[in-house]
Design a protein around this ligand. Structure first.
Ligand code: ATP
Ligand code: MG
Ligand code: MG
Length: 387
């Protein structure tokens, strides 16, 4: 059987491998951590860092095509792999998604066609830049240009004094200040494109975050108007084509209180908000990534059931606020109709650590959401407003 390769051994790598194996592929994974979620499901674990030359050589020797499960993979590593293997997404695309300024500049260029723009923003490289910020950008959110995720590397600032203090606390990292926008809700659009330029777009997913971490995703979104659906999907298709991107890409958008659409950021890989596709779509985002990487035709993106996804963090292993740990009551959760439990095999259940997710599928969204609410009660999680 032929072998595919992936950089990164977390849960996204694990689910990619599982989809690839279902199609008869072997998968090699490059990941420094022993016993990581992905290594548990493949015999081909190259235990080395993402910049380790022998590790990269071994990965490209084993794999006819290589992908990545996280956006912060060094672009040089992808370029090195590309000398001998097909690499998707390409280093040039991943580089844009790694840098909030490059990403916003790119989105702004696309905006001429899509009519969808990023939030008003300004690069902040020094206290001089802080002084130059126009009052119109405040209150705002200061974000590090690189490496931030799950709301890390961000500070909400009300005025210039808070901005100056927040920037001083970023240890010299290059930042961008974004105007704080009045969000009505947040959505994400998953798109995929093959090497032949054929592209597909999934339904609009609606996301709720808690403490900066994705909490729930429902798909299709219950709030979006037909206008927002067509604008967001068209923008996503334009963005992926404009980059010449190959593979699965997730683009996050804000819908503002006045109904307008703003593009926030993108992840050059399958995304947590697309996990529902495993249980609710004809082709999951992971199978889609396998298809794109193996240069096979893309699969049908149709959703066959409304779905509500709940992220499972390490917190549910703890009794309330105490340090006492116990296994969550999966038997009760799995008694709920349409519950699909996915656990990532992480050894240690730390608070705020993504340990798994549960997707509730049903014939109606109302029921899927209510079932997710029941699971929250069983697991001791405060239920979302709509449950
Ligand atoms: P992720 O884990 O999705 O990669 P991240 O750490 O890269 O997140 P963002 O998605 O940019 O960060 O921001 C995190 C959250 O903060 C958003 O989902 C949104 O709720 C809020 N947020 C970000 N930017 C703005 C903004 N300009 N106006 C209002 N809210 C915002
Ligand atoms: Mg992000
Ligand atoms: Mg985000």
């Amino acid at each position: 059987a032929s072998c595919l390769g992936i950089m990164g051994g977390g849960q996204l790598g694990r689910m990619f491998i599982q989809a690839a194996q279902a199609m008869g592929y072997q998968v090699a994974v490059l990941e420094p951590e022993a016993g990581c979620p992905a290594a548990q499901v493949t015999g081909q674990h190259i235990q080395a860092g993402y910049e380790n030359q022998p590790g990269l050589m071994a990965l490209s020797k084993l794999s006819k095509a290589v992908t990545t499960e996280f956006e912060n993979v060094p672009a040089e590593s992808l370029n090195l792999l590309a000398q001998t293997s097909f690499v998707a997404p390409a280093a040039a695309c991943v580089s844009i998604a790694q840098d909030r300024i490059a990403e916003k500049n790119f989105f702004t260029r696309c905006g001429t066609t899509t009519g969808v723009y990023p939030a008003p923003h300004l690069a902040i490289n020094s206290q001089d830049d802080v002084a130059k910020v126009s009052d119109d950008l405040l209150p705002g959110i200061l974000k590090t240009v690189r490496m931030g995720y799950d709301g890390k590397g961000q500070a909400r600032v009300r005025d210039r004094a808070e901005l100056a203090a927040a920037f001083a606390g970023m240890n010299g990292q290059v930042c961008v200040l974004e105007k704080m926008l009045p969000l009505a809700y947040e959505v994400s659009v998953l798109v995929a494109r093959g090497v032949d330029g054929e592209a597909v777009v999934y339904p609009i997913a609606e996301n709720v975050h808690r403490d900066g971490i994705l909490f729930t995703t429902i798909a299709p979104s219950t709030h979006v108007s037909a206008d927002v659906v067509s604008k967001a999907q068209a923008a996503a298709l334009h963005i992926i084509a404009e980059m010449g991107y190959v593979g699965v890409l997730c683009i996050e958008f804000f819908v503002l209180k006045d109904g307008s659409l703003v593009v926030n950021e993108m992840a050059p890989r399958p995304h947590n908000s697309g996990h529902y596709t495993i249980d609710a779509c004809i082709t999951s985002q992971f199978q889609q990534q396998v298809r794109a990487l193996a240069q096979l035709p893309l699969g049908d993106v149709r959703q066959h059931s409304p779905a509500a996804m709940l992220n499972i963090l390490g917190d549910v292993w703890y009794e309330g606020d105490t340090d006492t740990m116990r296994e969550p009551a999966w038997d009760q959760v799995l008694a709920i109709p349409g519950a699909h439990l996915h656990l990532y095999g992480k050894a240690e259940a730390r608070r705020a650590r993504k340990m798994g997710h549960i997707t509730f599928v049903s014939s109606t969204m109302i029921e899927a959401q209510a079932n997710l609410g029941k699971a929250c009660t069983i697991l001791g999680i405060a239920a979302p407003e709509w449950a």
